[in-house]
Design a protein around this ligand. Structure first.
Ligand code: AMP
Length: 392
C-alpha cells in the first residue's frame, strides 16, 4: 500500500504532530550523539517553512515512571540551537496545560512534547491516549524509523485520529535504501554480522541466506558459531543454548552455497577491561576471551568486501566500547566507507555508535537510525509504524 511522502502534504495553517526518534544516548543528561536529532531536522524545517507548526514527540529510554533523568529537556535545548529558534518543552505529552501550549503555538514555530514513555499507555497502544495525542493537530508525520517496528500509540494508534498522514524525509530515506537492498540488489552481496547475540538475529540470518552471496561473522556471536564448529572459544561470551541452532544455520548456508566466514584470529584478554593485557591469537586459550577480530581476519574480511557491490552491516565486530577492542570494527568500517561503486547500509544502533566521529563515516551510502527496525525489515517483517501510514 502506498505511503504519502511529506513533500505532498500542504502544511499551510496546520499543526502537525511529528513522531521523531529522539532516543539519543545521554551521559549525565548530556547528549553524546546527536545524529538521530540531526537526521530529523529537514522534516521539521520543511513543516515550518511551509507555514505549519510542528508539535514534536518522541520517547527517550525505558522509563518505568516519570524521571528527570529521561526528560527530553536536553533535546529541546539542542533543537533550539539547531533550528535557530526557541523550541519550548511541554511538561507532558498530553493533558490540559500541554493542550494549551499546543493551541498557543504559532505557525512557523515548533514545540517538543515531554517523553511519551512517561505514560505506559504509549507502549500499550492505548486508544484514549492515542486520541489525546492527536488532539489539536491536523496532520500526522512519522519520521521515527527507529521505532517503526513497534506498534505504539504514537506510531500506530494515533493514525486512527489523524487521517491526514505522511512519512517524513528521514523515514522515506531509510525505506528507500532498504527497498533497494531488498528488491534488486547488485551482486556480490555481502552481509556483515556482529554484536553480542545470535538469538536476536536468527530470523534475519535465515532470510538473508536466501539473498546474499557471503556472510562475514564477527563480534561475540562468532564464538557461538565457532563452538558449533568445535573450535576453542575459551571464556568468550557465547550463547550455549544457541550452539545447535548455529549448526543448523551452517547446514542451511551450505545448502544455499553461502559461505559463513568466521574469524581466523582474535584479540583476547582475561577480562573486557581497558587496562587488560591483550594478545593476538589464532587459538583462544582456555582462560581468555575473544574481544575483537584479529589482524588476519581484518585483512581477510576487507579482501572479501572489496569484491562486493552491496554491503549490509549489523553489529560491531568486537567490544568496541573499549578502544583497544574497536580496531576490527573501525578498520573494516573505514575500508567499506572508502569502497566505490558499492551500496553500503550500516544497520543502526551500536554499529553506527562505533563509527561516530570518524571522518570517513559520511562515505557510507547510509547509516540507519534504527537497528531493530532494519533487522525486522530485512527479515521480511512488515513494520507496523510504516503500515499505519499507508493510505488505502
Ligand atoms: P548487539 O546488541 O547484539 O548488536 O550487541 C552489541 C554489543 O556486542 C556491544 O555492546 C559490543 O560491545 C558487544 N560485543 C561485540 N563483540 C563482543 C565480544 N567479542 N565480546 C563481548 N561483547 C561483544
Amino acid at each position: 500500500m502506498p505511503i504519502i511522502p511529506i513533500s505532498e502534504v500542504s502544511f499551510e495553517g496546520k499543526k502537525a504532530l511529528v513522531r521523531c526518534d529522539f532516543n539519543v544516548p545521554l551521559d549525565n543528561r548530556r547528549i553524546t550523539d546527536t545524529s538521530r536529532i540531526d537526521a530529523s531536522l529537514d522534516t521539521v524545517r520543511h513543516i515550518l517553512r511551509q507555514g505549519g507548526a510542528a508539535v514534536l514527540c518522541s520517547h527517550l529510554g525505558r522509563p518505568k515512571e516519570r524521571t528527570a533523568e529521561l526528560s527530553l529537556k536536553p533535546v529541546a535545548e539542542y533543537l533550539s540551537n539547531a533550528l535557530g529558534k526557541k523550541v519550548a518543552l511541554a511538561p507532558d505529552c498530553i493533558g490540559e496545560f500541554t493542550g494549551r501550549m499546543v493551541s498557543d503555538l504559532a505557525l512557523g514555530e515548533a514545540l517538543l512534547l515531554e517523553n511519551l514513555r512517561f505514560h505506559h499507555e504509549e507502549e500499550a497502544n492505548n486508544r484514549d491516549f492515542s486520541h489525546e495525542l492527536a488532539r489539536g493537530k491536523q496532520v500526522y508525520i512519522n519520521d521515527a524509523f527507529g521505532t517503526a517496528h513497534r506498534a505504539h500509540a504514537s506510531t500506530v494508534g494515533v493514525t486512527q485520529f489523524l487521517r491526514e498522514r505522511a512519512a517524513g524525509f528521514l523515514m522515506l530515506r531509510e525505506l528507500q535504501i532498504l527497498q533497494a537492498v531488498t528488491q534488486n540488489p547488485a551482486h556480490p552481496y555481502i552481509l556483515i554480522l556482529g554484536g553480542a547475540k545470535v538469538s536476536d538475529k536468527i530470523g534475519v540470518i535465515k532470510t538473508m541466506l536466501t539473498r546474499v552471496n557471503l556472510m562475514l561473522i564477527g563480534g561475540a556471536m562468532a564464538y557461538t558459531f565457532m563452538k558449533a564448529r568445535g573450535l576453542a572459544v575459551g571464556k568468550s561470551r557465547i550463547e550455549e543454548d544457541k550452539v545447535d541452532l548455529a549448526r543448523e544455520l551452517f547446514a542451511i548456508a551450505a545448502q544455499r552455497h553461502v559461505p559463513l566466514v568466521l574469524p581466523v584470529d582474535h584479540i583476547v584478554a582475561a577480562t573486557p577491561a581497558p587496562e587488560a593485557s591483550i594478545q593476538s591469537v589464532t587459538t583462544i586459550p582456555a582462560d581468555e576471551m575473544g574481544l575483537d577480530i584479529g589482524p588476519h581476519t581484518i585483512t581477510e574480511f576487507i579482501q572479501h568486501l572489496s569484491t562486493a557491490r552491496t554491503i549490509v552491516w549489523n553489529g560491531p565486530l568486537g567490544f568496541f566500547e573499549i578502544p583497544v577492542f574497536a580496531q576490527g570494527t573501525l578498520r573494516v568500517g573505514e575500508a567499506v566507507a572508502n569502497l566505490s561503486g558499492v551500496t553500503s547500509l550500516i544497520g543502526g544502533g551500536d554499529t553506527s555508535a562505533a563509527f561516530a566521529g570518524q571522518q570517513w563515516a559520511n562515505r557510507f551510502t547510509h547509516i540507519s537510525t534504527g537497528g531493530g527496525a532494519t533487522l525486522d525489515y530485512l527479515e521480511g517483517i512488515e513494520l507496523p509504524g510504516v503500515k499505519a501510514l499507508a493510505i488505502g
